[in-house]
Design a protein around this ligand. Structure first.
Ligand code: IPE
Ligand code: IPE
Ligand code: MG
Length: 251
């Protein structure tokens, strides 16, 4: 694994990695266990990936933890996921501090149980001056919901004469998204074999490299992350230009 790590070109790592952590339920069921067993074990993978990102100097990591659609799951699963969030935050605060990690959230936080809201705002406050890695948890997050919110807020500004219609551009929209403080996503990983986006960061992944792996989230370890990053480093990001133009820039 150390060998794998040294193969990563430190000056070419993605600035912002986003992960759709999927497959907890199937992982548990394949072991004859209830779905929630998978969620509990998924927490270990979160810890591993945060650690791995720290080791190779990733600046931004965004994790899809709970979608706006996930509220439709059985009540007992939702409830257990929420208490798992609270207990994990309590448990991990120390190591976030030790590793200089700043916690951030995106999504409809008001929908979360009060206990979770309180715990989140405490950890956010306590880690706000940390500078190594910005860890963003997407909670009750839906990209369409986020875009609807942007449109509402911009419309209000236009109606109140605070903003002209012609002033609306990509930058203005960026600044009104939940992710206003984050750079564009460079690399999006989804585990568990599903090849879809499931309403995650639709605007922000416009030019992200996409990576799908069959590994279920609770099995995802640092070596999986490093392998994914090695593949990322072999891709050519062209942003609409030609390969020849890109090669010239890199010369
Ligand atoms: C991802 O695993 C965790 C959440 C969506 C909260 P799933 O719970 O979706 O697991 P599968 O996809 O059913 O296996
Ligand atoms: C996406 O996974 C949401 C999270 C990982 C939090 P889902 O398991 O909810 O996605 P679908 O329903 O299979 O598309
Ligand atoms: Mg799933």
């Amino acid at each position: 694994m150390e060998i794998l790590k040294t193969e990563i070109a430190k000056n070419k790592v993605p600035n912002h990695i986003a992960i759709i952590m999927d497959g907890n339920g199937r992982w548990a069921q394949s072991k004859g266990q209830p779905r929630i067993f998978g969620h509990k074990n998924g927490v270990n993978s979160v810890r591993e990936v945060i650690e791995g990102c720290g080791e190779i100097g990733i600046n931004y990591l965004t994790l899809y933890a709970f979608s706006t659609e996930n509220w439709k799951r059985p009540k007992i699963e939702v409830k257990t996921l929420m208490s798992l969030l609270v207990s994990s935050l309590k448990k991990e605060l120390k190591s976030l501090q030790k590793n200089n990690i700043k916690l951030n959230t995106i999504g409809n936080l008001n929908d979360l149980p009060e206990k979770a809201q309180k715990e989140l705002s405490e950890v956010i406050k306590k880690t706000e001056n940390n500078t190594a890695l910005t860890l963003t948890l997407a909670l009750s997050y839906g990209s369409r919901d986020e875009i609807v919110n942007v449109i509402k807020n911009l419309s209000k500004k236009v109606v109140n004469n605070e903003l002209g219609v012609e002033e609306i551009n990509e930058n203005v929209i960026n600044n009104h998204l939940y992710t206003f403080s984050l750079p564009d996503v460079d690399f999006l990983i989804r585990t568990s074999g599903e090849k879809r986006i499931s309403n995650f960061l639709l605007w922000q992944i416009a030019y992200a490299e996409l990576y799908f792996t069959d590994t279920f989230w609770p099995d995802f370890r640092k070596e999986h992350l490093f392998n994914a990053i090695l593949e990322y480093q072999n891709r050519e990001r062209r942003f609409g230009k030609t390969s020849e133009q890109i090669e010239k820039i890199n010369e």
